[in-house]
Design a protein around this ligand. Structure first.
Ligand code: NAP
Length: 255
């Protein structure tokens, strides 16, 4: 399916988990993909994977917490491919999970700085480029089911993801005037390096047990939903946060 037809796509967090899966899917569907993350060797590895099946990709090393690097990220994508049509702002961190007494201002600033401020900087730089082109565009960010709920200790993470959910709703009003759609994908508990690094086996079993589908989601399942929201097939979808969570957040579940 070549529904991206040489469109230029930025994928942040593209060297791992959900972002790596999305980079592959975009490329298989004909997009030219700028794969972005901080760890350059892992970025280049994904670029090579995509080129090995005949896809088009190149790598950018950038920290989304730094506004100058975000500006440079968009400039590099545009100088390499000539334009920007789509962005999947997926990079994020789990941050520190702890009772409020054990959280410092630095913990707060780190979580906000990457997940919310970083995503906001990406959106701002991408929108500026899309407006210059004047041909619309599509942006999807990775939120979380934890924007709509919480676990013990998830305060900082949930706060950043809830901020993303409100952000896309508000931006929908102004961006629709330029034919730019903006949405979030909101994963449930997904089998990625972030989950294995941050969740004890017992806690993971409990989360799986509370999920109606009785399993973890896969990176591909989340990425497919994100890519769909970026595609022309989702042309009237904007301002939404699409849960991909195996039913975990259905009201009444876990009662
Ligand atoms: P992952 O495999 O750890 O991927 C995280 C990605 O973000 C990596 O590519 C990482 O690359 C990049 N990243 C982190 N900080 C960055 C920064 N400051 N600048 C640029 N890139 C940065 O985890 P994942 O599960 O796929 O996470 C992807 C997104 O899904 C995140 O936003 C996460 O919050 C969200 N999410 C995950 C789950 C889940 O269950 N896994 C559930 C809900 C939401 P570098 O380290 O090389 O920079």
């Amino acid at each position: 399916m070549e529904d991206f037809n040489s469109k230029v796509v930025i994928v942040t967090g593209g060297n791992s988990g959900i972002g790596r899966a999305a980079s592959h899917i975009f490329a298989r569907r004909g997009a030219r993909v700028a794969v972005v993350a901080r760890r350059k060797p892992e970025v280049e590895a994904v670029v090579e994977e995509i080129r090995s099946f005949g896809g088009e990709a190149f790598g950018i090393s950038a920290d989304i917490a730094d506004p100058e690097q975000v500006t440079a990220m968009v400039e590099q994508a545009v100088s390499h491919y000539g334009r920007l049509d789509v962005a999947f702002n997926n990079a994020g961190i789990i941050g520190k999970w702890a009772p409020i007494d054990d959280l410092s201002s630095e913990d707060f600033d780190l979580a906000i700085g990457v997940n919310l401020r970083g995503t906001w900087h990406c959106i701002r730089a991408e929108v500026a480029q899309m407006k210059r082109q004047g041909e619309g565009g599509a942006i999807v960010n990775t939120s979380s089911w934890l924007a709509q709920g919480a676990l013990r200790g998830s305060a900082l993470y949930s706060m950043t993801k809830a901020g993303q959910d409100v952000l896309v709703k508000s931006l929908t009003f102004e961006l629709s005037e330029q034919q730019i759609r903006i949405n979030n994908v909101a994963p449930g508990v997904i089998d990625t390096p972030m989950t294995s690094a941050s969740t004890e086996a017992d806690a993971l079993s409990a989360l799986i047990g509370q999920t109606p589908m009785k399993r973890l989601g896969t990176s591909d399942e989340v990425a497919e939903a994100a890519v769909w929201m970026c595609s022309p097939a989702a042309g009237f979808v904007t301002g939404q946060s699409l849960l991909v969570d195996g039913g975990y957040t259905i009201p009444g579940n876990r009662m």
